[in-house]
Ligand binder design. Structure first.
Ligand code: FAD
Ligand code: NAD
Length: 478
């Protein structure tokens, strides 16, 4: 039966870590009949991250952008084994991954080891905190479903606590000050979504917060969204101003306390000023850091000693200095930005390469058998027939082997900036095309809808958008 996983002794065991953009894109295109495939990930679903900021305010319900791993694996030709676990250590010399079930409910066995012949590391990255004191204890991040749920709850917590009987004006102001640290796309999209929530729903449902509700975005550099063109950065800053979101550029957060952040503001004349900014909600979106399991693997491989931001890979995504280990997505450093676009193209590339590797091996085995047969065949005519078969196989071998190195094709950058406006730097045919505004927002909506994992996700997202427009977002605190 399909649910029985029996590793085939003649097939290589391919272990895939993670169920994010890179690993799932690999799984989608991989011919699983060629390998004993094992997937290890603490998350038994794929998450469509581009719409995660919309889950923080209830514009979209989180389950609408989740796709169960089981539904992905069910459609594969051969059984793929899935273990819900974290890879805690990769022993690259022993070719073993140590895994640990970290979920709330565990069986008697909750940690074990999984041997591999081939390994794909697609564990993504964790949130960068740069070791800044108080960040982990006091902020919300925005990477996983749980983060979005926590933010959604905190927003309503702040709103309701601000209205508590006898709350002082200063405390009301603090509770209603929503601070976002990091002016990359995560911070910008979240700030835009939050201001939308306030404008479209909160101020109607809880009018008494109107005066004090305020969103501030703090960015250490002199501009936000550095990956976009100057024109779109200016457009974003102008739109935020109209939306009454304050952008504080050149302001670096140095310490986070329970109710305030301590920041250093670099003025135009180069002098620096320290200030303390009170907050009710703090969302920390300062980019990626390397996960411990990846750091540990890097430490085992001498060729990785100069790599800082993740596993250095070659043009075939092979981890430098390691045999039979590949890396995709945010944990791999291949000179591309850590985006879903890159991760999914890398995953699809590996699937093509593994499919072709398997075909090559099958052809080579067939070739060896035919050569042997030909050398033992005494009949001249029969030998000619076998030679013809060998030539045909050699031809298909050359075709199969024709897989070039990974080449990233950039489709463009898109970001939602609030009040039904988006910015887009899109590569169109051979030219580049930059746009911002409501039409771009419609483009953003249709592009992300199109990219959703399944038709089920697509329908759910459309329903959520419609529901939010017709009835407003749900302001109950779960
Ligand atoms: P992920 O998708 O993060 O997946 C990592 C997987 O590994 C997860 O399943 C995780 O559970 C699993 N894992 C973690 N630790 C372990 C472990 N120890 N062992 C085994 N498994 C483990 N990019 C875009 O191109 N466009 C966008 O619009 C966009 N929007 C974004 C919005 C937000 C809010 C965020 C946070 C990111 C966004 N990105 C976007 C970036 C994009 O999501 C990432 O670049 C992408 O997810 C990277 O894919 P990945 O497979 O490397 O990692
Ligand atoms: P990022 O790395 O793009 O931006 C983080 C920002 O935080 C930087 O601008 C940095 O200067 C700032 N920062 C760092 N430390 C700070 C401090 N102490 N005080 C103030 N500011 C500080 O991070 P991100 O936005 O989380 O994005 C991560 C990756 O995911 C990027 O590659 C991004 O392109 C991708 N992503 C893409 C989209 C999209 O395409 N719409 C959306 C989200 C994320």
């Amino acid at each position: 039966p399909r649910d029985q996983f029996e590793p085939h002794p003649s097939k290589k065991t391919l272990v895939i870590l993670g169920t994010g953009w890179g690993s799932v894109s690999l799984l989608k295109k991989l011919d699983t009949e060629n390998y004993n495939v094992i997937v290890v990930s603490p998350r038994n679903f794929f998450l469509f991250t581009p719409l995660l900021p919309s889950c923080t305010t209830g514009t979209i319900e989180h389950r609408s952008i989740m796709e169960p791993v089981r539904s992905i694996l069910r459609h594969k030709k051969a059984t793929v084994k899935y273990y819900e676990a974290d890879a805690t250590k990769i022993d690259y010399e022993k070719k073993v991954v140590y895994i640990n079930d970290d979920s709330d409910i565990k069986g008697e066995t909750s940690s074990t080891e999984v041997p591999f012949d081939m390994l794909v590391v697609g564990v993504g990255a964790e949130n960068a905190t740069f070791g800044i004191q108080g960040v982990k204890e006091n902020s919300c991040f925005l990477k996983e479903v749980g983060d979005a749920q926590k933010i959604r709850k905190r927003i309503m917590d702040c709103v309701e606590s601000a209205g508590f009987k006898g709350q002082s004006p200063e405390e009301r102001k603090r509770l209603l000050h929503m601070v976002v640290v990091g002016g990359g796309p995560t911070g910008i999209e979240f700030a835009g979504e939050l201001q939308d929530f306030f404008e479209e729903d909160l101020r109607k449902w809880v009018p008494e917060i109107t005066k004090d509700f305020h969103v501030t975005l703090v960015e250490a550099m002199d501009k936000v969204l550095p990956m976009f063109s100057k024109q779109l950065i200016d457009y974003t800053e102008k739109t935020f101003k109209e939306e009454s979101i304050t952008i504080r550029t050149n302001t670096q957060v140095k310490k986070v306390n329970e109710k305030t952040i301590e920041a250093e503001w670099k003025k135009a004349d180069g002098t620096k000023e320290k200030e303390s900014i009170p907050y009710g909600l703090l969302v920390w979106a300062t980019g990626n850091a390397v996960r411990p399991v990846v750091k540990d693997l890097m430490n085992q491989i001498p060729a990785q000693k100069d790599s800082r931001r993740g596993l250095a890979v070659n043009e075939y995504l092979v981890v430098n200095g390691a045999e039979n280990i590949w890396a995709v997505g945010d944990c791999a450093i291949a000179n591309y930005a850590p985006t879903a676009q890159v991760a999914s193209q890398e995953g699809a590339f590996l699937a093509r390469m593994f499919n072709s590797l398997a075909k090559t091996e099958t052809i080579n085995t067939e070739l060896a058998t035919l050569s042997d047969k030909q050398s033992r065949e005494l009949d001249k005519d029969k030998r000619t027939v076998i030679l013809g078969e060998i030539k045909a196989l050699q031809k298909s071998l050359r075709r199969v082997k024709q897989i070039g190195p990974f080449e990233y094709s950039h489709q463009g950058s898109l970001a939602y900036i609030g009040s039904e406006r988006a910015v887009a730097d899109v590569s169109w045919l051979s030219g580049n095309f930059a746009s911002g505004g409501t039409l771009t927002y419609l483009f953003w909506k249709s592009a992300y809808l199109n990219m959703c994992f399944s038709s089920r996700n697509r329908v759910l997202v459309i329903l959520d958008w419609t529901k939010a427009k017709l009835f407003g977002r749900d302001v109950s605190r779960e």
